[in-house]
Design a binder for this molecule. Structure first.
Ligand code: NAD
Length: 430
């Protein structure tokens, strides 16, 4: 259901129900805890929370049956103190302005936590793209790109894929931008290899999840070998996570997507499931597994739970029923502030989104660097550098969490906010 627009850009801190219901308010709740830990003064907090620029555009699409659909698209540039704005483009019915603001602000803190020279942005069109033809999708993407192109640029704002967008959509975005500005592969990341994409970009987010798990498991005292893993979402992030963790020796026991869920305590045959999913576009109906209601995936018997779909799915009620002792936030903001408080009280380890799913934007950074250098890296180099960046970030988050006695999430916010604040001061912005 569409959310009502808030009266102010940043909803009041005191309204707990509004904070739970509004993704931007929820992210800012975490921001406030991180800002307090970082000792940020009040007037700077408002500066850091407020998006720099928000663009709302009309996206007319002539549908194949002759109808004219007029859709609404957004691009929110949250903070550019540390470099060009960076963040994905999402096609989703719930991609309203508050969702895009929340995701844009997450990108600001995420790029800072993993210390890559970008700010934070996000874009999207409020639409269900599933029933659309390739022709309709292409038209929609080109019009959206043309309409936001005034605020894009290789040193200004560089989009990337997110939910329901992929390498093909990035290729259309690159072409639409290039038709006005000349050939500019570095204007988007997550492109096909043939157009200047990077080896390893498609698997990067899940590969980053795996590197963080490998670094965190021995320190937080949980095992990966034969660990029972449940994954919500079987798109880019979820399906690659299943593939990589299965190869690492985890046992993938549960998987869900928007259509349904499956569970097998002995372990799901992931290569066969990938084929089933390629044929049917869903995990539902995969033989040899019990059917699961998609909502029940989050509370199934497992050792590691990986939400890799939409935000806000783990609220206080769900958090009470989660059986996994470890939650790994491959999705953006899957846990609401009330859900987070419950998980903390119950002693559930939460590896936060700012760190865990940063592999995508880290390899996007490598792709941008390769486009500027006009020189392609090998997959081995991409993965080696990805592991270095994300493992270094894990170490810093872990040490800060221990030194400051903070949950990992708030330690990550504290680091990200401190770096953005320092860049703001050094640039003399205010
Ligand atoms: P995607 O569109 O490729 O896949 C999304 C998957 O989630 C699909 O399988 C879909 O069926 C499923 N899904 C949607 N709603 C669901 C629901 N209510 N219950 C169960 N399953 C549901 O998207 P993606 O690129 O894999 O992104 C997934 C999440 O990861 C998002 O939160 C995104 O912001 C985050 N993320 C993605 C990247 C990236 O590089 N793609 C990087 C960082 C974070």
């Amino acid at each position: 259901m569409p959310r009502a627009a808030p009266a102010t850009v940043v909803p009041a801190d005191s309204d707990l129900a509004a904070i739970e219901a509004n993704p931007f308010a929820a992210v800012n709740r975490y921001f406030d805890l991180g800002a307090t830990a970082a000792g940020i003064e009040n007037d700077y907090r408002m500066l850091l929370k407020t998006p720099y620029r928000e663009m709302r555009v009309e996206v007319p699409v002539r549908m194949d049956d002759g109808r004219l659909e007029v859709l609404i698209g957004y691009r929110v540039q949250h903070n550019g103190a540390r470099g060009p704005y960076k963040g994905g483009v999402r096609y989703h019915p719930e991609a309203d302005l508050d969702e895009i603001r929340a995701l844009a602000s997450i990108m600001t803190w995420k790029t800072a936590v993993v210390d890559i020279p970008f700010g934070g942005a996000k874009g999207g069109i409020q639409v269900d793209p599933k029933p659309m033809s390739q022709n309709e999708l292409k038209q929609m993407t080109r019009r959206y790109t043309e309409h936001i192109s005034y605020i894009l640029g290789i040193n200004r704002d560089i989009p990337a894929p997110d939910m329901n967008t992929n390498a093909q959509i990035m290729a259309w975005m690159m072409d639409a931008y290039g038709s006005k500005h000349g050939y500019t592969p570095g204007i988007v990341t997550g492109k096909p290899l043939e157009l200047g994409g990077s080896p390893g970009r498609e698997s990067a987010t899940a590969q980053g999840v795996a590197y963080v798990l490998q670094a965190a498991a021995p320190e937080l005292d949980f095992k990966l070998q034969d660990a029972r893993v449940a994954i919500q979402g079987f798109g880019n992030v979820g399906s690659w996570a299943a593939r990589i963790l299965d190869k690492m020796g985890c046992r993938i026991v549960g998987i869900s997507d928007i259509m349904g869920g499956i569970y097998n305590g002995d372990g799901i045959d992931v290569p066969r499931l990938l084929k089933h999913n390629a044929d049917t576009k869903t995990v539902k109906g995969f033989k040899g597994c019990d059917e699961l209601d998609p909502g029940d995936l989050l509370t199934c018997e497992c050792d590691i739970l990986i939400p890799a779909a939409v935000g806000g799915v783990i609220d206080a009620e769900v958090a009470e029923r989660i059986k996994a002792p470890v939650v790994v936030e491959a999705a953006n903001h899957p846990v609401t502030p009330a859900g987070d408080a419950v998980l903390e009280r119950r002693g559930v380890i939460v590896l936060p989104d700012l760190l865990v799913n940063a592999g995508g934007v880290i390899v996007s950074y490598f792709e941008w660097v390769q486009n500027i250098q006009e020189f392609r890296w090998t997959l081995a180099r991409v993965n080696e550098e990805l592991e270095r960046f994300i493992t270094d970030a894990w170490r810093q988050v872990r040490v800060t969490s221990l030194q400051e006695r903070l949950p990992l999430r708030i330690a990550a916010y504290m680091i990200g906010i401190s770096r953005v604040m320092e860049a703001t001061r050094l640039r003399g912005y205010v």
